[in-house]
Unconditional design. Structure first.
Length: 67
């Protein structure tokens, strides 16, 4: 009878961040490069002041992230 070897650990080489607060301005510029190195994708939570309340606000924030 053969035995099945069960791994004792797994390695996630490029995970997703499903709840990322990048902020804006200097904090965005500081955090974003580190996040991009560690994660394949992210769901960004725009916890900003003033808050993102319109589609135009969201698109402007997206543009700042991608700049």
């Amino acid at each position: 009878m053969s035995t099945i070897e069960i791994p004792q650990s797994i390695t996630i080489t490029c995970p997703d961040d499903w709840h990322l607060h990048l902020r804006d301005g200097a904090a965005l510029a500081s955090v974003l490069p580190h996040t991009a190195r560690q994660f394949a994708r992210a769901i960004v939570m725009p916890n900003l002041k003033p808050p993102v309340t319109t589609a135009a606000d969201a698109l402007a924030y997206r543009d700042r992230i991608l700049a």
